[in-house]
Design a binder for this molecule. Structure first.
Ligand code: NI
Length: 181
């Protein structure tokens, strides 16, 4: 089932999300719906707050990169209760966008490498290292669980310039091919 995506201005996007356990009701269905919603909206990552749920769950699927980068395209991952254990001092700049902030793409600087502890959909624990684009997507989605949006991290001057666009999103004066809330 395709779920509406909560956009900039929705309070749930600013909450620190809560950890969940195996008993969370309808979890398998929710994960399935999140992948479906993300794919339908042409996204590569989606966090539960973006579908209105303040819980620590995110999904990533880089399959849309299969033409340009087959190696990246194989990256598909569900993370429950992720925790960033380490991050590099070295930072890199990359362009980011977000399904909750349609029509805005900005350069964001973040650590190049991270080490993450997380549970998969079967609640098995993993500790994994990510760098480059993978690390970028994981950090962006992880930010959602902390109530952070990528626009918080753009340079002050640029943030000033996109203020009007952000206000339009709050007022829902935007056009998206996916359902928003
Ligand atoms: Ni996002």
């Amino acid at each position: 089932m395709i779920l509406p995506i909560y956009t900039y201005g929705q309070p749930v996007l600013r909450k620190v999300a809560e950890p969940i356990d195996k008993d969370y009701p309808g979890l398998d269905e929710l994960i399935k719906n999140m992948y479906e919603t993300m794919t339908h909206a042409d996204g590569v990552g989606l966090a539960a707050p973006q579908v209105g749920l303040p819980i620590r769950l995110l999904v990533i699927d880089l399959a849309p990169f299969k033409e340009d980068n087959p190696e990246l395209a194989a990256f598909k991952i569900t993370m429950i209760n992720p925790e960033i254990l380490e991050e590099s001092e070295e930072e890199i700049a990359m362009d980011e966008g977000c399904l909750s902030i349609p029509g805005i793409n900005e350069t964001v600087v973040r650590p190049e490498y991270i080490k993450v502890k997380y549970l998969d959909e079967d609640f098995n624990e993993h500790i994994e290292e990510f760098d480059g684009f993978r690390a970028r997507v994981v950090q962006h989605e992880y930010g959602h669980l902390e109530g952070e949006l990528f626009t918080d991290l753009v340079k002050p001057l640029r943030r000033q310039l996109i203020k009007g666009k952000l206000n339009n999103i709050v007022k829902k004066k935007i056009d998206t091919k996916y359902k928003i809330k």
